[in-house]
Structures are given as structure tokens and as C-alpha cells.
Design a protein around this ligand. Structure first.
Ligand code: PXG
Length: 467
């Protein structure tokens, strides 16, 4: 390798010029960024030639795996034909209108319209605009308040971060626990391990849903516009609500005439073994946020599936909707999405995850429970999480957790990385969301690698006297 492409040189240039997302730059500069140079199937390679098994599908997005020549070809062809045009001023383009139609075919029942954005954050900002407009057109302008949840992730624009419930983000938005956008209220998350002790999971699901009703009554239903939630919390740590949660949430939203916004940015496009997790949980949403898996991350694209109740009113009575982005309906991004969806369909990847590889992945992942560090496992489809504990107990509520001063997730993540496995750490939860293409053999390989890295973590913790 010549000097310009040596790892040290790239790291130095990176440190001098590139501000990364969610990064402590002083720390990063001291250690040097890992430079990822290529990818194929479920693997990445760094600039030192080291292979990594990507258990996170990039950032929850590369659903069809890396190296799909047909997506590159579709984008190339589209870029030669029409690299860009906007969808403002009474114009449209072929990939955008075809993708809108295709999405209406794979979306849950009752979604015939789509609004395109460049990302999930922009899509949630779009939701805020749509919701405001919807209630204004209905003549119920007082319905302005939004309810969301603690430890939710809805993006990083001011709108997305205000909607989300990440304390670390809120703290940087303004005063402690306050959101920049007023009128967004957060209720507790349906995290059994955090607040369910003494209750059965189903009892806890109903209790967590009741927090929504309490908040609505406190704010006055006549003032509440919408409830935002991920079907299961992804960035929050793959937290799957008890089965009793969603039906009760649905009932409450209907009772008080509140729009239900389901953020499927992580769950959409097969992650749970269904095209959308709304089907997995039986949710009937008004608005569905999507991004990531729509193009498998090959190009940036997001959007909102707009339910007929909202779409028809805005079309019939809304007049101009003064909202949109330069890249709404970007032809090349839409071409990537169309080819990505063709692959998901023709290779039956969603069904495969639902019926074959998803159950196998969950079964194999659950076998990690015999490891001394693993106190609990949870998951569905191609999403799974394990909880790292200091000492196991009769139940997870009796386990001894690591002291808050020990960032056990980060320690474990380092061992994973250093041994060729990418797994994400959220506090004491280690999570995976691998490409949906994984075979049984690749799942076996991944589980063996995770087990090996857990052993390394255990040995390291013992050596450091942290156990
Ligand atoms: N909603 C959800 C549910 C998400 O997971 C977004 C919205 C925002 O999408 P954009 O395209 O604006 O990033 C996301 C994104 C993590 C992590 O650390 C997760 C996301 C993004 C960055 C990091 O797990 N999810």
C-alpha cells in the first residue's frame, strides 16, 4: 500500500477533517478510526485486510447483504438515464412512481400513498408536518400535542431528537430532560426488565400501555394529536414489548381519536419476518415511517406510508401541503429501492426469515444462555439481544448486574470487533440485526464467534477483577 492509503495515513486525514456521528472525537483521534474498505455478502474488510462478520447489517439496513451487483447496475442505468429531477412543480419520475406503487403492494392493508424523504429522521419530521396539517384540516387545531416514549429513537434532526426519548440527546438539545420542540411528551417504555418486577409479562404490557391513557387524560384528549412508537425499540436495545402491549395501545388511540405513528425504520422490509412489524404485532397504524431496509442502505432513502384516513383528507381538502425535500423521490435512490424489493421478493427472504432462518437464529441465539455472562436473551425474526450480567440468579430480576461504572457492553463490543464480529452494545445489552440472507451455516458461524468473544470478555473481566 502506498502512503496515502496506509491505515495510519487514512486515520490521520480522518482525524483532521471528518466529524463523525455520535462520536467523542478526542477519543477517536487517540485510537484512530477503523477504515472499512470493502464488503461482500455478510462480511466487511478493513484496511488491514481483517474480515468482520457484520452482525448489524451496517446500521440495521443492509437487509439483502453486500455486493448485490444488480442494485449497482439498476442505479448506474438510472443515473445514465436521469440522475436527478425533483418532484415539485407538477413533475414526477418513473422510479419514484413505480416505487410508490410497489410500496403500496407490500405495505400493510390500507396504505396506498407514500411521501418520500432522504432519511428516517426527515420522515419523522414529515410525520410531524402531516399530523399538524391533518388536524388543522379537520378543524381540530387544538390537537397539537405528541406523545412518545423514553428510550425511543426517532432520528437526529431537531424533530427526530425531540420525538425520541434518548436522555443523552435531550441533554444536548437544551435543559435537562427538556425537548427543543415544545408539546412532545414522553411516557415510559415497555421494558419488562426495567419496570416489570412482580408482574407477569402480560400484566406489565397492559400496565405500560396504561401510561399512554394516563398521559392522554392528563393532557386532555382534545389536545393530543398523535402517539409515536417503534414496534419494538431498536437503538434502545432491541426491546420487544409483551404481546398484550400493542392491542391495548391500539384500543387507547382509537378511543381518544389519536393518530398512531409506527416508526418502522428498523423493523420494515423483513426484519421481523414480515414486510412490516405492524403485521407481526397486528398494529393498524395511521402513518408508518420507513428508511434503511427500503434500499438495504445502498443509497439514502426514507419516507412515510400515509394511511388512507390521513391521505384522503389531505388530498380532498388539504390544498397545498407546503413540505418537501430536494431529494424527495430521488430517481437513483428509488431505482435502488425497486431492485432491493425485487430481490427481497424473488428470493423470498421475508418468508425465509419468518419460517426458516429466523426461528433457527432465535434457537441458536438462545443457546448462549448457558454462558456465565448471559442473563437473558430475547429476539424475533432477525433481531436479537442478550443481557450481560455479573452473576446469574433464579430469574433475571435476581441476577447481579454490573456496576454502572463498568461499561461491560463496550468491553464486550471491543472483544467482538477484535475477533472479527460486529455486534452493537446498548448499556448491558448486546444486540444483532444481521442481513436477512444469512444461511444456517452462517448463523452457526456467527453464534460460535459470539460465544468465543463472550469467553474472551469473561476472561478479560476476570483478569481485571471486575467479576
Ligand atoms: N427511526 C428509527 C426507529 C431509527 O432506528 C431513525 C428513525 C432515523 O433514521 P436516519 O435515516 O435519519 O438515521 C432511526 C435510525 C443505533 C442507530 O445506534 C440507529 C439509527 C441510526 C443511527 C444509529 O442503533 N436508527
Amino acid at each position: 500500500m502506498n502512503n496515502e492509503t496506509s491505515t495510519a495515513c487514512m486515520q490521520s486525514t480522518d482525524a483532521q477533517h471528518y466529524l463523525h456521528p455520535f462520536t467523542d472525537h478526542k477519543k477517536l483521534a487517540a485510537r484512530g478510526a477503523r477504515v472499512i474498505v470493502k464488503a461482500d455478502d455478510i462480511y466487511l474488510w478493513d484496511s488491514e485486510g481483517k474480515r468482520l462478520l457484520d452482525g448489524m447489517s451496517g446500521l440495521w439496513c443492509v437487509n439483502v447483504g453486500y455486493g448485490r451487483q444488480s442494485i449497482s447496475d439498476a442505479v448506474y442505468t438510472q443515473m445514465e438515464q436521469l440522475p436527478y429531477y425533483n418532484s415539485f412543480f407538477n413533475t414526477t419520475n418513473l422510479p419514484a412512481l413505480r416505487l410508490a406503487q410497489t410500496l403500496s403492494e407490500i405495505a400493510p392493508k390500507g396504505f396506498q400513498h407514500v411521501f418520500f424523504t432522504g432519511s428516517g429522521s426527515e420522515a419523522n419530521d414529515t410525520n410531524l408536518r402531516l399530523i399538524r396539517r391533518y388536524w388543522d384540516v379537520r378543524g381540530l387545531a387544538a390537537k397539537r400535542l405528541i406523545i412518545s416514549r423514553q428510550n425511543a429513537y426517532h432520528g437526529s434532526t431537531i424533530g427526530g431528537a425531540s420525538l425520541g426519548g434518548m436522555a443523552g440527546m435531550h441533554n444536548q438539545l437544551g435543559e435537562q430532560d427538556a425537548c427543543v420542540i415544545p408539546g412532545i411528551h414522553h411516557i415510559g417504555q415497555p421494558y419488562y426488565l426495567e419496570s416489570g418486577q412482580g408482574l407477569s409479562e402480560q400484566e406489565f404490557g397492559l400496565k405500560a400501555a396504561s401510561w399512554l391513557e394516563q398521559k392522554i387524560l392528563e393532557l386532555g384528549a382534545e389536545n393530543v394529536a398523535a402517539f409515536f412508537a417503534e414496534p419494538l425499540q431498536g437503538a434502545g436495545g432491541v426491546i420487544i414489548p409483551p404481546a398484550s402491549y400493542w392491542p391495548e395501545i391500539q384500543r387507547i388511540c382509537r378511543k381518544y381519536d389519536i393518530l398512531l405513528v409506527v416508526d418502522e425504520v428498523i423493523c420494515g422490509f423483513g426484519r421481523t419476518g414480515h414486510w412490516f412489524a405492524c403485521e407481526y404485532f397486528g398494529i393498524e397504524a395511521d402513518l408508518i415511517t420507513f428508511a434503511k431496509g427500503v434500499t438495504s442502505g445502498y443509497l439514502p432513502l426514507g419516507g412515510v406510508l400515509v394511511g388512507e384516513r390521513v391521505a384522503q383528507l389531505l388530498i380532498a381538502e388539504g390544498g397545498d401541503f407546503n413540505h418537501g425535500f430536494t431529494y424527495s423521490g430521488h430517481p437513483a435512490a428509488c431505482a435502488a429501492a425497486l431492485e432491493n424489493i425485487r430481490i427481497l421478493r424473488d428470493e423470498h427472504l421475508v418468508e425465509q426469515v419468518r419460517e426458516v432462518t429466523g426461528p433457527y437464529l432465535q434457537q441458536q441465539f438462545a443457546s448462549l444462555l448457558d454462558h456465565p455472562l448471559v442473563g437473558m436473551v430475547d429476539g424475533c425474526g432477525f433481531l436479537a439481544a442478550l443481557v450481560l450480567v455479573k452473576q446469574k440468579g433464579a430469574s433475571i430480576f435476581d441476577a447481579v448486574m454490573f456496576d454502572k461504572t463498568v461499561d461491560v457492553g463496550m468491553i464486550c463490543r471491543e472483544h467482538m470487533f477484535n475477533n472479527g464480529m460486529i455486534m452493537r452494545a446498548v448499556g448491558n445489552r448486546m444486540i444483532i440485526a444481521p442481513p436477512l440472507t444469512m444461511s444456517r451455516e452462517q448463523i452457526d458461524e456467527m453464534i460460535a464467534l459470539i460465544r468465543f468473544c463472550l469467553d474472551r470478555t469473561l476472561a478479560d473481566l476476570q483478569q481485571k477483577n471486575l467479576l
